[in-house]
Design a protein around this ligand. Structure first.
Ligand SMILES: *C/C=C(C)/C=C/C=C(C)/C=C/C1=C(C)CCCC1(C)C
Length: 251
């Protein structure tokens, strides 16, 4: 192959983590499909459909990164950074779906869902801008700060709005929604930390090898772990009162 034909880098030793990510997301997908097969209730099926899509998209993204499709080189102030842009394509689709799963469980209304998803998309796109910016390290860090601001607003809103709607749910459901909300708060806050310490932040405290490992563990926990907790009990999912957004249509 002609190496000069594209400004595309090949994955280095960090590819081991990308393959483990591919395998983990694929196994998660298979588990969710197997568990969802017997579900007849339409409201419950939606949880399985959304959760299965999340790990399917992530498995494809990890495969793309492991095989070098999702990787580019970005030069900032004379420093060449290996950037896995495929993450952002994955997160752009999967993080709104994760929020949708939780909002559905908590019985959130349509405006709450739109606000959460809007903040989330803004966070991922400004994060992508930070990953691709070449003008200076300072500009990259400014994008990081904007994206992190969006994350903090999102988490604030998640706590305020979702706790309110979860109160109207049966106790089991509210408690499950609380657990998943806490998982999101803890895990999602770790992403900007890994980013700024890793290759993207240009400070280079965390080498690409360990950054890739950290994102893989976070991604598996935030998607497969989240899905396993959510889909653990059919009895609980059975009790979910339909969200206000859907109630109007089916009544
Ligand atoms: C399954 C994937 C998940 C749950 C990904 C979550 C990603 C984030 C919460 C990313 C946040 C970022 C910032 C807040 C600033 C820097 C750039 C990002 C995109 C890493």
């Amino acid at each position: 192959m002609n190496n000069n034909s594209r400004a595309m880098a090949q994955p280095g030793s960090e590819s081991i983590w990308l393959w483990i990510g591919t395998l983990g997301m694929t196994l998660g997908t298979l588990v969710f499909v197997a568990r969802g097969r017997g579900v007849r209730d339409e409201e419950q099926q939606l949880f399985y459909i959304v959760t299965t899509f999340i790990t399917t998209v992530a498995a494809a993204s990890y495969f793309a990164m492991a095989t070098g499709l999702g990787l580019i080189e970005v030069t900032v102030a004379g420093q060449t950074l290996d950037i896995y842009w495929a993450r952002y394509a994955d997160w752009l689709i999967t993080t709104p779906l994760l929020l949708f799963d939780l909002a559905l469980l908590a019985g959130a209304d349509r405006n709450t869902i739109y606000t959460l998803v809007g903040l989330d998309v803004f966070m991922i796109l400004t994060g992508l801008a930070g990953a691709l910016a070449t003008s200076s390290p300072g500009v990259r860090i400014a994008w990081w700060a904007i994206s992190t601001g969006a994350l903090l607003a999102l988490l604030y809103f998640l706590v305020a709005a979702l706790s309110e709607s979860a109160k109207r749910q049966p106790e089991d459901v509210a408690s499950l929604a609380g657990t998943l909300r806490n998982m999101i708060i803890v895990l999602w806050l770790a992403y900007p930390v890994v980013w700024i310490l890793g290759t993207e932040g240009t400070i280079g405290i965390l080498p690409l090898y360990w950054e890739t490992a950290a994102f893989m563990v976070l991604d598996l926990t935030a998607k497969v772990g989240f899905g396993l907790v959510l889909l653990r009990s059919r009895n609980i999912l059975d009790e979910v009162n339909r969200p206000a957004a859907q109630r109007g249509r089916t009544a």
